[in-house]
Design a protein around this ligand. Structure first.
Ligand code: HEC
Length: 579
């Protein structure tokens, strides 16, 4: 059997300068090769490993048919005590738990890691800890924020052709809105390790070329005749910012009246030309069909949460009860459904995306220039959010059919989803009330409320052919900084954050809009995120932040943990053992 070797790639960082981005290989003991962009990254990673989570481990959660969670926590010691075959079996289970298209149908399972991403790879994939059937190098990659690792391996089972496999694993808690394994689940779980029976076969697929990889849609929709097929709009070179794309310019949001006008002006600007495109709801929000310029974020097409193929939705945190949506018989930690969102950027925002990524037409910037993530005045990002949940308060909501999975599942099928929330983020220093300390961002959000009617003088009322459910979206308030006083919650509305910061029903109540978005690109966990203006200043000072864009942060993680082809690996000094 071939020996396993491994290298971890730390793709980093804009700590010094964008030009110094290049990956750098450093030899290490016992045949281990690690790629660091800068020694500082390695240092930082070490100190975080000890301060954040301690020893790394793998969490593998399965749900029994009776809905009981089985949690298998694998420490490095246990991993080392396993046989080579058991380790292969586990590796393949983690692979299935993280790749949607090959999951074991019917089995709800999730795998994630705890601890620091780099340390996790080192301790579990040390070349001396052999794994059965592995033919070639295991390649480990770690995202710059350490929340995501990529694992790439070649397996050869007896009497079968060798397969190349690649998958990504997320940090269990710090990784994203999905909150892979909740604390309650961890406490309540049955801890008997799963019994290892047959050795599963992996059917992997390594994407050979990375050039356009982040710009395709990988989700395969089965059926759905008559439904649109989502196409990524990434012609960033065509973005032409103009004052028309900045209807809120100069507004004053320091009073409730002014803030309401700002919110409705912004939402109306977004809806007009997207929400009213077609009488068929499925044919609305198609960026390509709008006369106004809109674009999407690339590199969100990977893993369990990847963009679905009908409307471009990505999977988000599961919906739980909130002050807005109390559901009879459901407690705070009960899951009501899975949530899915799709975001659009206006011309100002898209111009910045062009600086980061280039574009498929005009040429891609490779690697992307992450330090160009500094959005200009006039930028708007808007995200519409849908849920698979169905309860009385959602009756009458705007509906789509989407190719989605349920909470904790990876298999997708075409399912009705209801529109419950819209999030809007604007960067504009001309707005009175935005603040230099928070880089002039203001966020606002709406949720579906059957009891609400947009007031007669709202700009949203003036949009022709707007589906009526959109008039029932209730504005929550605005947020311009991290302190409680920086959120203005509108009378008659409520927020999903106990101390009064702006937050929507789909969001994690431990955090808030700016608290969570402010950590984008940093190693600070999203929840609770940043709770004071002083803490944010520290982040800005270290220059790693991605200017509040969680989508850029996710795109970056996906890019940095992508599968490498053999040529790319040998270029970078990886130990390839091709025969
Ligand atoms: C706990 C973290 C968290 C909280 C709280 C949160 N978001 Fe987000 N948000 C995310 C993540 C992660 C994404 C990217 C997910 C995706 O698109 O797949 C995102 C995406 C977005 C986008 C798309 C553009 C971008 O910046 O990535 C907007 C706009 C947005 N959120 C606004 C809001 C608003 C407004 C609120 C409060 C009502 C809010 N968010 C609360 C994590 C959060």
């Amino acid at each position: 059997m071939a020996q396993l070797s491994f290298f971890a790639a730390f793709l980093a960082a804009t700590i010094i300068a964008p030009a110094a981005y290049a990956e750098k290989t450093e030899g290490a003991s016992r045949g281990l090769q690690v790629i660091f962009a800068h020694p500082e990254i390695e240092e930082l990673s070490r100190s975080l490993a000890s301060s954040r989570d301690g020893t790394p481990s793998i969490y593998y959660l399965t749900e029994s048919s009776r809905g009981r969670a089985n949690l298998d926590v694998i420490s490095p010691q246990r991993w080392q005590r396993m046989s080579e075959g058991e380790r292969y079996d586990r590796l393949v289970k983690f692979y299935f738990a993280n790749t949607r298209d090959r999951s074991n149908r019917g089995l709800r399972h999730t795998a994630c890691f705890m601890g620091d991403g780099g340390r996790f790879l080192k301790e579990f994939f040390d070349p001396q800890v052999r794994i059965k059937f592995l033919e070639n190098d295991v390649v480990g990659t770690v995202s710059n924020d350490t929340y995501m690792v990529g694992i790439q391996f070649q397996a050869k089972l007896p009497d079968q052709a060798a397969v190349d496999a690649h998958f990504r694993v997320l940090h269990c808690q710090s990784s994203g809105k999905m909150g892979l394994i909740s604390e309650a689940e961890e406490k309540g779980a049955n801890r008997n390790p799963q019994s290892v029976s047959a050795l599963p076969k992996v059917k992997g697929r390594l994407i050979a070329s990375v050039e356009q990889e982040g710009f395709q849609i990988n989700d395969e929709v089965k059926g759905g005749r008559g439904l649109p097929r989502f196409e990524l709009k990434a012609d960033y070179e065509k973005a032409r910012p103009s004052p028309e794309d900045r209807p809120w310019q100069g507004m004053d949001i320091r009073t409730e009246e002014g803030a309401r006008l700002f919110a409705d002006t912004t939402a109306a600007y977004f809806y007009d030309g997207l929400a009213n495109q077609n009488v068929n709801p499925e044919r609305n929000f198609i960026a390509q069909d709008s006369s106004r310029y809109w674009c999407h974020m690339p590199w969100l097409n990977q893993g369990d949460s990847q963009r679905e193929g009908i409307h471009g939705l990505t999977k988000e945190r599961d919906l739980r009860p909130s002050p807005m949506y109390q559901v009879a018989g459901k407690g705070d930690n009960d899951i009501l459904g899975s949530d899915w969102g799709v975001a659009f950027y206006n011309s100002y925002g898209c111009q910045t995306l062009g600086k980061i990524f280039g574009s498929p037409k005009s040429g891609l910037v490779n690697p992307p220039n992450w330090s160009a993530a500094r959005f200009e005045d006039g930028t708007l990002a808007a995200k519409i959010l849908f849920t698979t949940a169905d309860f009385p308060a959602l009756r009458g909501a705007f509906e789509w059919m989407a190719n989605v999975s349920q909470p904790r599942q990876t298999d997708r099928e075409i399912t009705p989803v209801k529109y419950i929330q819209i999030d809007l983020a604007v960067r504009d220093s001309s707005i009175k009330g935005t603040k230099p300390d928070s880089l002039y961002w203001v966020m606002t959000s709406y949720y579906y409320d059957r009891e609400y009617e947009a007031p007669a003088d709202s700009p949203i009322r003036r949009i022709k052919n707007l589906p009526p459910a959109f008039l029932k979206m209730r504005p929550i308030g605005v947020q311009t900084g991290f302190e409680v006083a920086d959120s203005l919650i509108f009378k008659g509305s409520m927020t999903n954050q106990p101390t009064g910061r702006l937050n929507g029903p789909a969001d994690n109540p431990a955090s808030s809009c700016l608290s969570c978005h402010g950590v984008a690109g940093t190693r600070i966990a999203m929840s609770p995120g940043i709770m004071s203006n002083v803490d944010f200043k520290t982040q800005v000072a270290n220059r790693q932040h991605l200017d509040y864009s969680q989508q850029v942060a996710l795109a970056r993680r996906n890019y940095e943990t992508r599968a490498r082809n053999r040529i790319e690996l040998s270029d970078r000094g990886g130990r390839s053992r091709n025969r």
